[in-house]
Design a protein around this ligand. Structure first.
Ligand SMILES: Cc1ncc(COP(=O)(O)O)c(C=O)c1O
Length: 402
């Protein structure tokens, strides 16, 4: 069957995976081998030189990871994919592959805290500079381009404010200036958004989130042109030792089979929760691309095939109100991650985005009252009941202040 013609739900199950030729086993085998035997010296040399496909040493890949990489490449409509040890390994690896000393990066403003930290702490030690720019403003992006700019780094929807960026328009602008466009597609997954089809050059993922979807694996992916991925495999992942392992690859292969079912449920419940919160008197503001009040709602509808499972919102009353609300939750858990079956809630200013200085954080919209809510797969009415009881104490404050 022709893989490229499959609809997404079929590709999630079958792309890159065949029953085992020897045993007929349908589920993928976990191949933990580090060493691979060759029939003669020339065969080994051809694989090392990249003249022949094959696995030769576990730090550069492995057969279980190879089927997962084939699946991810096919889902993202890319030529090739590289599985790595974390989302941050994917982000740092992809950036390092396109940058050298003296180069400059334009990065969208409210980006994942770890990406911000890499670009502002480690990258400058190797002579790489970054400007954080409001990428909803094309003129601002244009003004930020310097002769030494090499990469435009985007995250859309952004973490945590769910800002939507126009991947097609930004890619056209970037390409006109010779820049490589890298997009973090963690929040959407290829199920809802395919940045390469929209014009980006490279997609990065934290597979720790929705792709694996069960909160039990840390992993990342880079997807792009075959040559670039091959370079990253040999010279970035291989040299820095950021490889994925076979067992985690197997868990992601298993998790991916239900990605469609999970994402559809996450989107439906998140939409209900966003509407509930928007009408609640203790809530100052809701960020969810599916709401008509979202500043890039129309763009989101064009660019994404669903609005995702993350809802961010500001409670009235700042830090103290945020803490009271979060500490009062009984079903949702206070946690750093997202994209799991469990509803997970976190406070960006003191948790995931703590590395960003407070002045800059505020400018990025990450206020002390902001909360990021990763809608789980529990029954939506139970999640809303939990929100209702945890917001109750805030109503008294709202009444007394207003
Ligand atoms: C959007 C986004 N990108 C990247 C990462 C980093 O992923 P990992 O924890 O797998 O390194 C995260 C983690 O929260 C994230 O939310």
């Amino acid at each position: 069957m022709e893989m490229r013609k499959w609809k997404m739900d079929t590709a999630l199950i079958h792309a890159g995976q065949e029953p085992c030729e020897k045993t007929g086993a349908v589920a993928s085998a976990v191949v933990p081998a580090v060493a691979y035997a060759f029939t003669d010296v020339d065969a080994a040399a051809a694989v090392v030189a990249g003249e022949r496909e094959g696995t030769y040493y576990g730090r550069y890949g492995n057969p279980t990871i190879a089927s997962l990489e084939a699946k991810i490449a096919s889902l993202e409509k890319g030529e090739a994919a590289l599985g790595v040890s974390s989302g941050m390994a994917a982000i740092s690896g992809a950036l390092l592959a396109f940058l050298k000393q003296g180069d400059h990066v334009i990065c969208t403003r409210d980006v994942y805290g770890g990406s911000y930290k890499f670009l502002t702490s480690l990258a400058p030690r190797y002579g790489i500079e970054t400007d954080f720019v409001d990428c909803t403003d094309l003129a601002a992006v244009m003004r930020a381009i310097r002769p030494e700019t090499r990469v435009l780094y985007l995250e859309t929807p952004s973490n945590p404010c769910l800002t939507i960026l126009d991947i097609g328009q930004l890619s056209r602008l970037a390409h006109a200036h010779g820049l490589t466009v890298i997009v973090d597609n963690t929040f959407m997954t290829p199920y809802l958004q395919q940045p390469l089809e929209l014009g980006a050059d490279v997609v990065v993922h934290s597979a720790t989130k929705y792709l694996n979807g069960h909160g039990d694996v840390i992993a990342g992916f880079i997807v792009g042109k075959r040559e670039a991925i091959q370079y990253m495999r040999r010279h970035i992942m291989g040299d820095l030792g950021q490889n994925l392992n076979a067992w985690d690859a197997f868990l992601i292969l298993r998790g991916l089979k239900t990605l469609g079912l999970r994402i559809r449920q996450h989107c439906q419940s998140a939409g209900e929760i966003a509407r509930y919160l928007e009408a609640h008197p203790a809530i100052e503001r809701v960020y969810y691309p599916g709401l008509a009040s979202h500043p890039q709602h129309e763009l989101a509808r064009r660019q994404m095939s669903g609005m995702g499972g993350i809802v961010s919102f500001e409670v009235r009353g700042g830090l103290e109100a945020a803490k009271t609300f979060m500490n009062g939750l009984r079903l949702a858990m206070i946690s750093f991650s997202l994209g799991d079956p469990e509803t997970l809630v976190q406070h960006p200013a003191s948790m995931t985005h703590f590395a960003i200085p407070s002045g800059e954080r505020e400018a990025f919209g990450i206020t002390d009252g902001l909360i990021r809510f990763s809608t789980g797969l529990e029954d939506a009415s139970d999640i809303i009941d939990d929100l209702e009881q945890a917001l109750q104490p805030l109503l008294k404050q709202v009444a007394s202040s207003g």
